[in-house]
Write a protein that binds this ligand. Structure first.
Ligand code: ACO
Length: 318
């Protein structure tokens, strides 16, 4: 028994923030940001919008596209680094907003690899044979954990959510998933704050060693996409679409080069969304499914690397 992605959905907050807007906030330029990262603009959640709200919009769209009702969902997995609160989990809050009860619902925290971790986890639940449908969501409000006076980080991220519905299948939809982590790199990219005694302890903003993250990401992604191909005895040329985590166009181009894929076969949203962490892959996937690029019978490779460090890939047949 297998699972397959039967539908996708996504949501972007209404407000956009362009590189030119950022020029008025910090000492930066559209030219610097675009040439270093490929980013032109990003979406920013309204003050009243939380990760579960963004997730709700994306989930409703995915559920509607699947032709099912929310009550048909048997499992909710939410990948987020920016939960509404410490607890309950964003998955439980989303479940309540979907007005459904009783199905298991939990969050996974693997930062930018969160959606890959969530998809791999839900696939294993589906393969156990007790579920008809699972909802996997990546949702982020990174604008809340950015120091808007730090030009090295605030230009890189955005807010958004994406969702997929998994259904049962006799043939492999999710062909394989490959997850990795190495916590010894935790200081290279982190939000080192916590809540203690009613106060925030430590700095609750994204900090990173940009160059080191870049090098780590390129190497880890190269290895994990090779692993996914080998596990399925596929050649590089068998990949129809690469849907990468959208952190930086230069990281994406490096992975495409290693795969021998032309950029026409790579789904890119980083220019308009920036890095939406766990939401970036389902956002990009939804765009490519809805505009008809991803079609039945094609091989789609999803990959990500993020804080932790965590990294992974999912190979899916559409
Ligand atoms: N605008 C203008 N100048 C800037 C900005 C900015 N927004 N940010 C940094 N600079 C300056 C620096 O101060 C430095 O100035 P100096 O030479 O006078 O000291 C100069 O630009 C070069 O800085 P670097 O950090 O060396 O620039 P680099 O070419 O490495 O690009 C970047 C930085 C874009 C962050 C790159 O390292 C990168 O993309 N790394 C990957 C990080 C990433 O994607 N993180 C996302 C989270 S992890 C993930 O999702 C995989």
């Amino acid at each position: 028994m297998y699972s397959r992605i039967v539908s996708t959905g996504s949501y972007l907050p209404e407000k956009t923030l362009t590189n030119h807007d950022l020029e008025r906030m910090v000492d930066t330029s559209d030219e610097w940001i675009y040439t270093r990262t490929g980013i032109r603009e990003r979406h920013i959640a309204a003050d009243h919008e939380f990760a579960s709200d963004l997730a709700l919009h994306a989930s409703r769209r995915a559920i509607e596209a699947a032709g099912i009702a929310p009550r048909d969902i048997g499992l909710i997995v939410v990948a987020t680094t920016t939960p509404d609160m410490i607890f309950p989990s964003t998955a439980c809050l989303l479940q309540a907003k979907l007005r459904i009860r009783n199905c298991p619902a939990f969050d996974v925290q693997a930062v930018c690899s969160g959606f890959i971790y969530g998809l791999a986890t839900a696939d294993r639940f589906m393969r156990s044979g007790c579920l008809q449908h699972a909802l996997v969501v990546g949702t982020e409000v990174y604008s809340r954990i950015l120091d808007w006076s730090d030009r090295a980080t605030c230009v890189l991220f955005g807010d958004g959510a994406g969702a997929v519905v998994l259904g049962r299948s006799d043939a492999p939809g999710i062909m394989s998933s490959h997850l990795h982590a190495d916590g010894s790199y935790s200081r290279m990219l982190s939000v080192p704050g916590s809540v203690c005694g009613g106060k925030v302890a430590g700095r609750p903003f994204v900090q990173m060693e940009g160059n080191a993250v870049f090098k780590f990401a390129v190497k880890a992604l190269d290895e994990v996409v090779g692993e996914a191909l080998a596990a399925n005895a596929l050649q590089k040329s068998d990949i129809d679409w690469l849907v990468p985590h959208q952190a930086n166009i230069r990281i994406i181009q490096a992975t495409a080069r290693k795969l021998g894929l032309s950029m026409e076969r790579v789904v890119v949203t980083v220019d308009r969304h920036a890095n939406t962490s766990a939401a970036s892959i389902p956002l990009a996937l939804d765009e490519a499914v809805r505009d008809g690029r991803v079609r039945a019978g094609q091989h789609v490779l999803l990959e990500a690397v993020g804080g932790g460090f965590t990294w992974g890939a999912v190979l899916a047949k559409w």
